[in-house]
Ligand binder design. Structure first.
Ligand SMILES: [Mn+2]
Length: 325
């Protein structure tokens, strides 16, 4: 285990270092790639840096490093009044060994890496990567538990096409595949923030037939985020659930660095509150934040900055849940 703050402890008597100095890990967390060192860990951050399966702008392979770089090292939440780093043991488990040009091998590597985290009893939080990475992420959770999981899915798009450009594997098909494979329980699957110009009636009909709940952006506008989150908690209910955040659910004003931006989206304040509240209220078994295409560096990259804060809200929600129990 490499602890990037160790030198700061030795030289300065501080338990945190400068965010831009030393090994790049999420929030300056201890870093390991060894499954043995996951013993006793509550949450492990895993990068899934691939973008072979996008249908529009590429560049999400640079997402995990950008999200890690867009970070302060402190962990105290001013509204929740809790420091997740004091309540949870969180490590950065590095990146899955993705293979450029081979999406199938990359998915296999991501699924194996997430499975190592689950086998150690820790909760994986995956940094994408295009949205296709949710397929190995969620499948690893469902196979580890031996049962289908619920799913909360923030996104502009449903990503439930049976194929895109005539291909089954893409960033527009993972949730069709996960439901059809039996890894996601459609009755406990809620989509939030849908808008724009894709998909169409065929995909929406397939979803409705299976009992998937779609909360569109116009629902968020009309009902407000508290009602949306309340309904989601009710529908997903008890039992294991995976949370996936496509950063393009945000209005491009908050996250311009993404492959398929769509105006008219969520505000950062709604998404961040929703993520914390859902992580505190649900039985989360895993999460991912995907589709970040950095266009700048560190905290100057707006999409990476928003994705970093999504992860921090999830950690804060998990810490609140731990304190309650
Ligand atoms: Mn998506």
């Amino acid at each position: 285990m490499i602890d990037p703050s160790e030198r700061y402890r030795r030289h300065h008597g501080l338990d945190y270092g400068a965010a831009w100095a030393g090994l790049l890990s999420f929030a300056g967390l201890p870093y390991t790639e060894s499954p043995d060192e996951l013993a006793g860990v509550d949450v492990a951050i895993v990068g899934a840096p691939m973008d072979e399966l996008v249908s529009d702008l590429p560049g999400t392979r640079f997402g995990p490093r950008a999200v890690r770089a867009a970070t302060p090292t402190s962990a105290y939440h001013l509204e929740a009044r809790i420091d997740w780093s004091q309540v949870l043991r969180v490590v950065d488990y590095g990146d899955a060994p993705v293979l450029p040009t081979d999406a199938v091998a990359s998915h296999r590597a991501i699924e194996a890496t997430v499975t190592e985290v689950l086998a150690a009893g820790a909760l994986p939080v995956v940094l994408g990567g295009d949205h296709s990475v949710s397929e190995p992420d969620v499948r690893a959770c469902a196979l580890h538990l031996g049962r289908p999981v619920g799913l909360v899915h923030f996104d502009t798009h449903t990503d439930t096409a049976s194929e895109l450009y005539g291909r089954e594997l893409s960033h527009g098909t993972p949730f069709y595949r996960l439901v059809e494979q039996g890894h996601v329980d459609p009755a406990r699957y809620v989509q939030i923030g849908l808008r724009g110009w894709w998909p169409e009636e065929a995909e929406l009909a397939w979803q409705a037939e299976r009992g998937i709940t779609s909360l569109f952006m116009h629902d968020v506008r009309e009902l407000g985020i508290e009602e949306i989150v309340g309904r989601t908690l009710g529908i997903v209910g008890h039992g294991p659930v995976f949370l996936t955040v496509d950063i393009d659910v945000l209005d491009p004003a908050y996250a311009p660095g993404t492959g398929t931006p769509e105006p008219g989206g969520m505000t950062a304040i709604d998404l961040l509150w929703a993520c914390r509240t859902l992580a505190a209220g649900l039985e989360l078994v895993g999460a991912d934040v995907v589709e970040v295409i950095p266009v700048s560096h560190g905290s100057a990259d707006l999409a990476a900055l928003a994705a970093n804060r999504v992860v921090r809200e999830l950690l804060t929600g998990l810490a609140l849940r731990r304190r309650e129990s």
